[in-house]
Design a protein around this ligand. Structure first.
Ligand code: PAF
Length: 280
């Protein structure tokens, strides 16, 4: 497995044989089973797999969060080598944002809701870095997890709007055996918080059960999630949503499908999770 830093090294390997298809898995490192499931899917669907590892400062709207973000490149590379990944690209901040850097990509309406409303500037940072990753690697396909449902929607919008020539592949959320959605942030939870964090999955599952029993009213689904979250003393709700899966606009009254999502602080760790209902 090749581990490179510069865009020149990356491109030399990427274009050594132009006939090969490449899958790109963009990450910020601290890899877990969720990331590895994306790598396995990319492995199955492409001749070669590249994984980018870059903790992108411009998508953090909280300096403490950026500082605390786990950085485990050596272990990440061991995991990726074991998955048969061919190329790890781990650029420095100076390579991605050299002195004089000036360009930001703003995706409009879809970034103003949910995560975007609570994390100003976050999606401008995500869209910009993902565009740079796409331009540097020029992958055939790029792989993202459904856990970051709005990120997926924003990236798909950007790919359509800016005519990127690649396919976006969305992979299911990977959960711990007890239901907690895998996240690099989970390592920051103490044992009591780790237990309390199960409330996200529990409240989503309860809303899905309500949906399946025929109570398909968006206000009721939101209220049902909120009631369970508020009963957990270690949880502080940032938002709870039942939104249109395509536009992410909040829904009200009876609905045919919904993206049920939430952001919840457990202690000082902000966790997100979601489930879709009524979507094939
Ligand atoms: O999902 C992530 O880990 C990041 O937002 C991404 C897509 C790698 C961009 O920095």
């Amino acid at each position: 497995m090749n581990i490179v830093q510069t865009i020149e090294e990356l491109r030399a390997l990427r274009w050594a044989d132009p006939s090969l298809t490449w899958g790109l898995v963009p990450t910020m490192g601290a890899l877990h089973e969720g990331h590895l499931s994306l790598v396995r899917r990319a492995r199955a669907e492409n001749d070669r797999v590249a994984v980018s590892v870059f903790v992108n400062p411009t998508q953090f709207n909280n300096a403490a969060d950026l500082e605390k973000y786990p950085r485990t490149l050596e272990r990440d590379c061991e995991l990726l080598a074991a998955e048969g990944c061919e190329l790890v690209w781990a650029p420095t901040e100076l390579i991605m944002y050299p002195p004089g850097y000036q360009t930001t990509i703003i995706v409009e309406a879809i970034t103003k809701l949910l995560e975007g409303a609570h994390r100003p500037g976050h999606f401008a940072g995500v869209a910009t870095v993902v565009a740079k990753l796409f331009n540097a690697v020029e992958p055939t396909r790029a792989y993202f997890g459904q856990k970051d449902a709005q990120q997926v929607a924003v990236i798909k919008q950007m790919v359509r709007d800016l005519d990127f020539n690649l396919e976006i592949v969305v992979c299911p959320i990977v959960r711990e055996p007890d239901g907690l959605a895998m996240s690099s942030r989970n390592t920051r939870l103490n044992p009591a918080e780790r237990e309390a964090a199960l409330v996200l999955n529990r409240s989503l599952a309860a809303a899905v059960a309500e949906w399946e029993s025929g109570r398909r009213d968006a206000d009721h689904l939101r209220a049902s999630m909120l009631a369970l979250l508020e009963a957990e003393p270690l949880a502080r709700v940032d938002y709870v949503s039942a939104a249109d899966p395509a536009t992410l606009q909040e829904l009200t009254g009876p609905v045919e499908s919904a993206l049920l999502s939430m952001a919840v602080y457990i202690g000082d760790v902000r966790l997100i999770d979601n489930m879709l209902v009524g979507v094939e």
